[in-house]
Design a protein around this ligand. Structure first.
Ligand code: M6R
Length: 343
C-alpha cells in the first residue's frame, strides 16, 4: 500500500484537475465557511492537522482540529457559519460519526474527506470529497493519510487559494515523482532501521507542517513495531521530555527547508544529551548531515507545502522495516481493528 502512493497521487490529480472531480470541487467552492471544525481520529486526525495548515495558510479560514472522541463530549462551541469537516478512511469510525451527528444536529453544513464511497459518513454528510485511495487493508493507515492530506489541499484550492491550477497540478505530479524516487532508496531506510531498531525509545520531532508528520511517524512505529515512540514539536522537547534523553533514545528529526536552523539547534540539544540522531532532511544541508548519526536525504525542491506528505513516506518505510526487524505482524498488528466502529 505504501508503494501504491505515487500511482494514487497521479490518479487523484487527474480526477480532480481534469476529470469528474472538477465538478465536485466547483460545488465545494460555493461554501462560505466562517470556520472549519475538523474532526477525525488517529492517522486521519493527523491528516486533519496538515489540512488545517493548508486552509489557514492559503485561505485564512480558521480551522479547529479535534479528536472526535473529545469533541463529541466536550460541549463544543458550534457557530452558525461553521462547517464540520470530517476526515476518515473507512467512514465508519464511531467517534467521527458521532461528531458529524452533533454538527448536523446543530444545524451546520458537513463535509467529508473520505475513502469509502457509500459509507455512513459519506451518506450523512452534505458534501463529500473522495480521496480515491482504493481499498486499504493494512490496519496501519498509509496511503489514506497521503490522499487525505492532498484532498485537503484540493479543498483549499477550491475555496480560492490564489494559486494557478496548472502550477498546483504540476506540484502534485512532482510529488508523485519524488515519492517514486524516495521508494527506490528504501534500502537506505532499511539499513537505518537495522541499526536502530533495538533502542529503548523514539522521539519524532518536527516543526510547522512536519509536526503532524512527527505525530504520524510515531503512531506508525508504535502501531506496527510495538516500540515506544512519541511525536513532539521540535521546540517543545526542552519543556520536559528532554529529561528522557540518553544514549538509549533515538531522535528521528524531521527537517524541512523552513525553520531549518531552529530545528537543527533543537537536534543539537538532544545530541548534547547523547541521544542517537536520525535526520530525515534536505539533501544539501550540511548541518543536517553534521548533526546526524544517520542521515536520509530528501529533495524538497519545488514541493512547497506538499513536502510534509513526501517526508511522511520516509517515516512509513522506516516503520515498516523496524517492524520487519522486530518480527511483528505488520499488516495485522495486535490489539487493533482496521475500523473502530465502537466507542
Ligand atoms: O477509518 P478512519 O480513518 O476513520 O480511522 C481512524 C483511525 O482509527 C485510524 O487512522 C487509525 O489510527 C490507524 N490504525 C492508524 O494507522
Amino acid at each position: 500500500e505504501i508503494y501504491e502512493q505515487p500511482g494514487l497521487i497521479r490518479a487523484l490529480t487527474k480526477y480532480y484537475f481534469d476529470g469528474e472531480g472538477q465538478e465536485t470541487l466547483a460545488n465545494i467552492s460555493n461554501l462560505k465557511p466562517g470556520r472549519f471544525l475538523v474532526n477525525a481520529c488517529g492517522t486521519a486526525n493527523y491528516a486533519g492537522l496538515v489540512i488545517k495548515d493548508y486552509i489557514e495558510n492559503f485561505n485564512r479560514i480558521p480551522c479547529q482540529v479535534d479528536l472526535a472522541s473529545e469533541f463529541r463530549y466536550r460541549n463544543p462551541l458550534i457557530l452558525k457559519d461553521d462547517i464540520g469537516l470530517f476526515v476518515s478512511q473507512s467512514g465508519e469510525t464511531a467517534d467521527t460519526l458521532a461528531a458529524q451527528n452533533l454538527c448536523k444536529q446543530s444545524g451546520i453544513k458537513t463535509l467529508s474527506i473520505v475513502n469509502v464511497e457509500g459509507s455512513t459518513l459519506y451518506r450523512d454528510c452534505d458534501h463529500n470529497l473522495l480521496i480515491r485511495a482504493g481499498i486499504e487493508i493494512g490496519v496501519a493507515s498509509t496511503k489514506a493519510f497521503t490522499q487525505q492530506a492532498l484532498t485537503g489541499r484540493l479543498l483549499s484550492h477550491a475555496l480560492g487559494d490564489g494559486v494557478e491550477k496548472k502550477k498546483l497540478k504540476d506540484k502534485f505530479n512532482l510529488l508523485a515523482t519524488r515519492i517514486d524516487e524516495l521508494l527506490s532508496r528504501a534500502e537506505d531506510l532499511k539499513s537505518i532501521a537495522e541499526s536502530i531498531h533495538n533502542y529503548k525509545g523514539f522521539f519524532y520531532t518536527g516543526r510547522g507542517s512536519l509536526f503532524p508528520v512527527a505525530l504520524e511517524g510515531a503512531l506508525k512505529l508504535k502501531e506496527i513495531a510495538y516500540v515506544h515512540a512519541e511525536g513532539y514539536a521540535s521546540g517543545e522537547l526542552k519543556h520536559g521530555p528532554i529529561a528522557l534523553i540518553d544514549e538509549e533514545m533515538v531522535n528521528i528529526a524531521l527537517v524541512a527547508p523552513e525553520l531549518l536552523d531552529k530545528t537543527i539547534s533543537n537536534v543539537e540539544e538532544i545530541k548534547a544529551r547523547k541521544g542517537i540522531i536520525v535526520v530525515i532532511g534536505p539533501e544539501n544541508d550540511a548541518n543536517s548531515k553534521r548533526v546526524s548519526d544517520y542521515f536520509f536525504p530528501l529533495n524538497y525542491e519545488g514541493l512547497g507545502e506538499l513536502g510534509a506528505v513526501y517526508c511522511n513516506v520516509a517515516n512509513q518505510i522506516l516503520a515498516y522495516y523496524m517492524a520487519r526487524f522486530k518480527g511483528t505482524d505488520i499488516d495485522k498488528p495486535r490489539n487493533l481493528a482496521k475500523s473502530v466502529t465502537v466507542e
